[in-house]
Design a protein around this ligand. Structure first.
Ligand SMILES: NC(=O)c1ccc[n+]([C@@H]2O[C@H](COP(=O)([O-])OP(=O)(O)OC[C@H]3O[C@@H](n4cnc5c(N)ncnc54)[C@H](O)[C@@H]3O)[C@@H](O)[C@H]2O)c1
Length: 334
């Protein structure tokens, strides 16, 4: 029987590469596209061992090349995106996330493929009513604060995807991802606070905390995030939005303390609180609390996060330590 083809954009990134491994293991043909702006070929070492994997280095904003690579797709999982512009570059966030998604949707229509959009918990913005259900309101801050360009771009993508489903009848589902972490994450702020905290602890440095550190998040181990996304791709009908994440809430300062303890560092814990107006770029605003209601994903997809925070962090610290030690020994050999 001919294998079904899934196109994964952003395949060389953190989630895209794990999603590729998952679908290869499930017997699909995987066509991955990425412009390697933030992803890395090192994330694709496992996928590239499979004869069912094909990689195209291209920009999702180039419709023609993207459409050619995606020929024969039954599914398009659109993960390529620019995240929160912390240090400028809001233009990339806005243009790549809008043009790239428009192109991916046009290709899904041409191929009659099922379309899945990776959206974000950031679309709930400053909504104070916790936990967020998929029907909760989006309360986004002012346009003068550049960080909201990410939520705005993803909200635009969500509306565009649902409008395409209405107009062209393609199945479309949307996953709102809550802070995922694990091996292959980007080790800068791009990958999230846990990446930066682990790196600082391994180097024996102070841990930079934005604001007062009392803001909370729910961190989700990558295998749980990816199993939720994969379940939505295979089982989601159409026109649905799903929260995927852990419901374990933790403050950012507590996260730093736990990582420090789990790392076994001999250097005492030092937290460096950085006021938001010193972060750089335009004025910055943070979200105080962020916790998902995942009952819909549980009911319709069988989703439940399984890996506890400490277990997931231990695995991530081990991975990041190996990466760090390899870098140190390489620098020593030069
Ligand atoms: N990781 C999380 O916790 C999280 C949370 C919420 C939403 N998301 C969403 O999930 C998706 C994947 O996130 P991730 O954490 O794996 O990010 P990532 O940055 O590791 O992966 C994104 C990939 O997209 C690629 N890319 C960017 N612009 C591109 C372009 N113009 N053309 C082709 N490729 C391009 C990058 O090179 C990168 O490999 C994104 O859409 C992100 O917004 C992730």
């Amino acid at each position: 029987m001919k294998k079904q083809t899934i196109v994964i954009t952003g395949v060389a990134g953190f989630l895209g590469s794990h999603l590729a491994d998952t679908f290869l293991a499930r017997g699909y043909r995987v066509v991955g596209v990425d412009n390697l702006s933030h992803g890395s070929l090192a994330n694709l070492v496992e996928a590239r061992r499979s004869p069912d994997f094909e990689f195209h280095e291209l920009d999702v904003c180039e419709l023609e090349r993207f459409a050619k690579a995606a020929k024969g797709a039954s599914y398009i999982a659109h993960l390529a995106a620019f995240k929160i512009p912390r240090y400028g570059k809001a233009i990339d966030t806005l243009l790549i996330n809008s043009q790239g998604s428009h192109n991916a949707l046009q290709i899904a229509v041409a191929e009659k493929a099922k379309f899945v959009l990776a959206s974000t918990s950031d679309v709930y913005g400053k909504n104070p009513n916790i936990p967020f259900s998929e029907e909760s309101d989006s309360i986004i801050g002012p346009s003068t604060v550049a960080r909201w360009s990410y939520a705005a771009s993803k909200l635009y993508d969500e509306h565009l995807a649902l409008a395409f489903a209405d107009a062209y009848g393609i199945p479309v589902n949307i996953v709102r991802i809550f802070g995922s972490y694990g091996p292959r994450q980007n080790v800068t702020w791009w990958g999230g606070p846990q990446s930066v905290f682990i790196g600082a602890i391994l180097r024996g440095e102070e841990i930079p905390i934005h604001g007062d550190g009392k803001q909370t998040r729910s961190f989700t181990y990558v295998s749980d995030t990816v199993s939720g996304i994969a379940a939505m791709i295979e089982k989601g009908s159409s026109g649905e939005i799903f929260n995927i994440g852990s419901t374990e809430e933790i403050s950012i300062a507590e996260l730093a303390t736990i990582i420090h303890r789990l790392s076994g560092s001999k250097v005492p814990l030092r937290l460096k609180f950085i006021p938001y107006d010193e972060i750089g770029g335009r004025r910055y605003e943070d979200v105080r609390r962020r916790v998902p209601d995942v009952s819909k994903a549980g009911r319709l997809l069988g989703f439940a996060a399984k890996v506890g925070l400490e277990e997931g962090l231990k695995r991530t610290i081990d991975w990041q330590r190996a990466l760090y030690e390899a870098e140190v020994s390489l620098a020593g050999a030069r």
